[in-house]
Design a binder for this molecule. Structure first.
Ligand code: SAH
Length: 268
């Protein structure tokens, strides 16, 4: 897996070899040596927990097997889950539990979705390469990264400024810098990049915002956990030729944090 800091190290290695080959004095050589080692190790020191071991890979494989047993049979989605280290998206304290099929806190009273939910929603969305996909509720960035691995052009909105900043940082570090992230109210969508082939709402909705439906392509898919009660029904809604909503599929009930209007700015 090519992560950004890894690429940085690679680039500096080449730079170093080039410079060492040319005719430079001893002091200059030493200077390069020091800056090379600093550049080489700083990203690792800061991101020590971004290590993906054989153990993690094994746990991921088990997780994928359990998703298969629960009826997920979309091989591209399962492949992306098997590939992406979920523990990178969780606080160090939860690392041991990253491959359990559970939701976990990510700060600001929000949660990373359960892997089964991610798999179910992503499968419902039927992502094709280069599809324009809008996600509402960036949270940890895990779902956005899965969509990106499937080849979608991802736009994602988060209403919590703290989470937005933290996740922007993480996604950039991991090399997912093509994902376009917005700190704003997801009820409004991103009209400047509409229409979208797919829209996925990862918070529990008790209303379907008109703006989101307007930003869906004719024949596109809006995947949204919807309902008046706490548990929400997973719906896949499309837009027909007359611009009218049609329910394509109905899934089971899921639990989500609420889809709230407005934004929540950082306290600092
Ligand atoms: N997709 C996320 C799941 C995060 S939980 C992941 O993979 O980790 C849902 C997220 O939706 C929360 O971070 C919450 O702050 C966000 N959210 C809720 N209402 C929102 C809104 N109106 N606009 C944008 N984000 C919203």
């Amino acid at each position: 897996m090519v992560f950004k800091h890894f690429r940085l190290v690679q680039r500096n290695k080449e730079f170093f070899t080039l410079k060492m080959g040319s005719n430079i004095g001893k002091i200059k050589e030493l200077q390069y040596l020091v800056s090379y080692w600093l550049l080489l190790f700083t990203p690792f020191i800061r991101k020590l927990h971004l290590k993906d071991t054989y153990r993690h890979k094994g746990l991921r494989k088990k997780l994928v097997d359990s998703l298969r047993r629960r009826g997920i049979d979309n091989e591209s989605v399962l492949g992306a889950i098997a590939y992406l280290p979920r523990h990178f998206f969780l606080d160090k304290a939860f690392e041991e539990h990253a491959y359990e099929d559970k939701a976990f806190p990510i700060g600001n009273k929000q949660t990373i979705s359960q892997p089964y939910t991610v798999a179910f929603q992503t499968d419902m969305l039927q992502v094709k390469k280069r599809d324009r996909v809008l996600e509402i509720g960036t949270g940890s960035g895990y779902q956005a990264a899965i969509l990106s691995l499937l080849g979608a052009r991802v736009f994602t909105i988060e209403r919590q400024e703290d989470l937005y900043k933290k996740t922007r940082n993480l996604l950039d570090t991991l090399g997912f810098d093509r994902i376009r992230m917005y700190y704003k109210d997801g009820f409004k969508g991103v009209p400047e990049f509409a229409p979208f082939d797919g829209i996925i709402v990862t918070a529990g909705a008790s209303t379907i915002p008109q703006a989101l439906f307007e930003q869906l392509k004719v024949g596109g898919r809006l995947v949204i956990p919807y309902g008046e009660q706490d548990a929400k029904k997973m719906l896949c809604i499309t837009k027909d030729e007359d611009g009218e909503p049609q329910i394509l599929e109905e899934g089971p009930l899921f639990k989500f944090v609420p889809f709230l209007e407005g934004v929540n700015a950082s306290k600092d």
